[in-house]
Design a protein. Structure first.
Length: 367
């Protein structure tokens, strides 16, 4: 029986349940199930939180990436640099837009995009790069932006795991041409189902994204382009606006939980330490071990749920087996990484119990 879940959505509902249920009931009674003020209100609130000009609510984070590429006219014949160590949606969106992902390796100490690998694989067909703020860790965007400028590339930030991460005074998702967010329920800022958003400072790109999300139409019968059905639901917008007010506090609680882990876990198991604490919002907390599956089994026997982010690199999956660029660092991380429970309601006692279980397993492994 699981005593300590990987993500504790029940604890979140216990904290905000009455308020979330009230706004959900308001949406039901309003009978406004598509579009409307709820969407606009959340878009304004999230833009204000990020310090951004335009937020476009969408159906999910994968659509945000695809529509971002389409808005930038990155399509057939183009290549996009994509880190091998990320969720498959990052690469799926490139394929859906008609372009081709070119997989690049990641840094050994962080799991984030490696610009040396990007420099090896950029070519005359490359049109964009997607830095992924993975695990809640924010990529240092200054060198990414410089690299993109040198090579004439658009930057699409995948901030699906980094709501609230800040580096050098700027939020993840606000630095590239377009930033993309997922609000899947388990994210730091999660809806009641699938939802997403695109963020940009460019008014023309924002206009194009709004057309693309709603069948290419500007008015009820004025279809200006072939678009998609990727509208955020008002229910999700209402829930997200309630939760947004708590995001910074929850991220601070995640940082406190992460600090407990760092104090208590064996040093050899620890992964990246952020140079700027605000640049990591700890969407998940991965550790590294040679016997990842054995440790997961031991934790499960003790009632502790763990996860793997991710068991294979994207080019290591059957779906992308035709893409053969070597990414040895990402491959090694995929074999070794295991995610421990991480959420705002994880207590110091919880972290201590989990750390003791990890430590005892690793000690037995060495004996």
């Amino acid at each position: 029986m699981t005593r300590l879940p990987l993500v504790d959505l029940q604890a979140l509902h216990d904290e905000l349940g009455p308020e979330l249920e009230a706004v959900a009931l308001e949406v039901i009674r309003s009978q406004q199930f598509i579009g409307g003020e709820r969407i606009a209100s959340f878009e304004r609130a999230f833009a204000g939180y990020l310090g951004a000009t335009h937020v476009i609510g969408l159906a999910n984070g994968t659509d945000a990436l695809e529509l971002a590429l389409r808005a930038l006219e990155v399509g057939p014949g183009a290549e996009v640099l994509v880190p091998a160590n990320t969720f498959i949606a990052t690469a799926e969106a490139v394929i859906a837009a008609g372009a081709r992902p070119r997989f690049v390796d990641v840094n050994a100490d962080s799991g984030l995009i490696d610009l040396d690998s990007c420099a090896e694989r950029v070519n005359e067909r490359t049109r964009a790069v997607i830095p992924v703020h993975l695990y809640g860790r924010m990529v240092d965007m200054e060198p990414v932006s410089s690299f993109a400028t040198r090579h004439g590339l658009a930057v699409v930030e995948d901030a699906a795991q980094a709501h609230g991460a800040v580096r050098s005074g700027r939020h993840a998702g606000t630095i590239g041409e377009i930033g993309c967010f997922s609000f899947y329920p388990g994210k730091n800022l999660g809806a009641f189902g699938d939802a997403g958003a695109a963020v940009t400072e460019d008014a023309a790109l924002a206009d194009r994204l709004r057309l693309l999300r709603d069948h290419g139409r500007r008015g009820r019968h004025q279809h200006e382009m072939i678009g998609f059905n990727s509208r955020m639901d008002p229910l999700h917008a209402a829930v997200l606006e309630v939760k947004l007010a708590h995001l910074d506090r929850w991220n601070d609680q995640r940082r406190s939980a992460a600090e407990c882990y760092r104090e208590m876990l064996p040093a050899d198991a620890l992964d990246w330490t952020a140079d700027d604490p605000a640049a990591d919002v700890h969407h998940v907390f991965p550790i590294m071990t040679e016997d990842r599956d054995g440790l997961a089994e031991r934790l499960g026997q003790a009632g502790v749920q763990s996860g793997v982010h991710y068991r294979q690199t994207i080019p290591g999956t059957p779906a992308f087996a035709a893409f053969t660029d070597p990414c040895p660092v990402a491959d090694r991380r995929a074999r070794r990484q295991l995610s421990l429970p991480m959420h705002p309601h994880l207590t110091r006692d919880d972290a201590q119990l989990i750390s003791e279980l990890v430590g005892s397993f690793l000690m037995a492994e060495l004996a």
